[in-house]
Design a protein around this ligand. Structure first.
Ligand code: XIL
Length: 445
């Protein structure tokens, strides 16, 4: 009797299995109320290995009344997914859209505090269960400004995005933290460049961001562009992962779907692709028939194109350098200040100085501290900051700390202790109370 060894039945025959063979995931948005529908879960369970709750983790769903959290439908999706080996993208912790009424009418300090509390509560609730969080969604303006969108969150201060990321990191250090947006797919668009510059700045300053989500809702007003791969690879070159988070394509051109898959596979740091719904009838833009399955659950030509592209794709090559980077937005060419100097200097000859920049609101603050080496390179540093009474540190980044009140000492972490002569590095902390204008001292170690 001949024995035939066959690959697992699913290998290369479903979106999830084929993506997994390329080290990627293939996901979909899921609505909790559809999980009782057999036709829906049959496709979901067969094809996908990543799930994003379509509405159930939004602020209006998880905190419908201030301080009262509600997780029934989001947990239903998380449990359905994880019990079947699928992972979960969390969507979304901070957004101008789908805010509950109580939050819509908030501004200023009260809103900033409520936002940080929301992030802390929700990310803590799902701690350890989320592959990546869309920490902040859609914060940039459409059009040619390249700047932030006006919103009640934006009006709490330009640092609201980084404050959100820091709160999310503190709550669930194991989740990848993403910034997510739409109309950021075309590399030449001002909005794309605005987000790119923010991510570059975040990476330079040690703000904890791990990934950028590209919603990729392609339609006649915002079509797929051939520079999409340049966009993905340019962001990846900043040192973040990239994820295609809400893909749908008006008319579901098989060729365009194929190109999107090929673009992701061409960028080593493109983790995976999520389509925004399973069947056309599940789409938020159903009339555009933008998805991979017909309303009756049958596979469309776009499905076949995606599966073939996943199976044809070669093992991820190293990220191709961007081919058409506009001169004003090229990644920085200078080495980051944390790069180790070629030789190890003796400790502490030239000393160091530290300066603090504070963003204070009623009841809380964020402090960024810049450590600058003197005439000799630093091997390590300690900054001492005396906080006024009533000020308490609740969260910090890029430094080890001792104490949360009164005299606090901050020492470098492994990656930012070495600072070249005259060069700088930064760390920061967040707290409650009033911090005033502290005068830090710095010592080389
Ligand atoms: C959409 C959902 O699909 C709809 O069910 C809901 O009515 C509105 O929101 N960008 C996002 C998603 O980040 O949260 C949006 O989802 C689609 C656009």
């Amino acid at each position: 009797m001949a024995l035939f060894v066959t690959a697992p039945a699913s290998a290369g025959t479903t979106l999830g299995a084929s993506a997994a063979e390329k080290g990627r995931y293939f996901g979909t948005a899921v609505a909790a109320y559809k999980l009782s529908e057999n036709a829906y879960t049959t496709i979901l369970n067969r094809e996908f290995n990543m799930v994003t709750p379509e509405n159930e983790m939004k602020i209006d769903a998880t905190e419908p009344q201030q301080g009262r959290f509600s997780y029934a439908s989001s947990e239903q999706i998380v449990n359905h997914a994880r019990s079947r080996g699928m992972q979960v993208r969390g969507h979304t912790l901070a957004w101008h859209g789908q805010q509950p009424g109580w939050m819509q009418s908030m501004e200023g300090t009260a809103l900033r505090t409520a936002m940080l509390n929301h992030i802390t509560q929700v990310a803590t609730h799902f701690k350890g269960q989320i592959y990546s969080w869309d920490v902040v969604n859609e914060a940039f303006a459409d059009g040619n400004s390249g700047g932030r969108r006006d919103s009640n969150l934006q009006r709490t201060g330009n640092d609201w995005i980084e404050a959100a990321f820091r709160a999310a990191r503190a709550a669930d250090p194991g989740a990848k933290l993403c910034y997510n947006d739409y109309n950021t797919d075309n590399w030449t668009w001002a909005k794309t460049q605005g987000v790119y510059n923010m991510v570059r700045d975040f990476k330079a300053r040690g703000v904890p961001i791990d990934c950028v989500g590209f919603q990729s809702h392609f339609n006649n007003d915002s079509p797929y562009a051939s520079n999409y791969r340049t966009t993905l690879s340019s962001f990846a070159a900043l040192g973040v992962d990239v994820q295609i988070t809400e893909l749908d394509i008006q008319g579901a051109s098989a060729d365009t779907y194929r190109r999107v898959v090929e673009d992701c596979l061409a960028v080593a740091r493109c983790n995976g692709i999520t389509v925004w719904g399973i069947r056309d009838s599940d789409s938020w833009r159903a009339s555009q028939t933008p998805l991979l399955f017909n309303s009756n659950g049958s596979k469309k030509p776009a499905y076949d194109a995606v599966l073939a592209a996943l199976n044809n794709g070669t093992t991820p090559p190293t990220t191709a350098p961007p081919t058409s980077v506009p001169p004003t937005t090229a990644p920085p060419t200078t080495a980051p200040p944390t790069t180790a100097p070629p030789t190890t200097p003796p400790p502490g000859q030239g000393g160091c100085t530290a300066t603090v920049t504070v963003n204070q609101w009623t009841g809380g603050f964020v402090a960024n501290v810049r450590v600058t080496a003197g005439s000799a390179a630093l091997n390590g540093w300690t900054v001492t900051i005396t906080l006024p009474s009533g000020a308490t540190v609740t969260n910090s980044w890029s430094a080890n700390s001792s104490g949360t009140t009164g005299t606090t000492n901050w020492t470098n972490v492994s990656y930012n202790g070495r600072v070249g002569a005259g060069q700088s590095t930064e760390f920061g902390f967040q707290g409650t109370g009033t911090v005033g204008s502290p005068s830090p001292t710095c010592a080389a170690s």
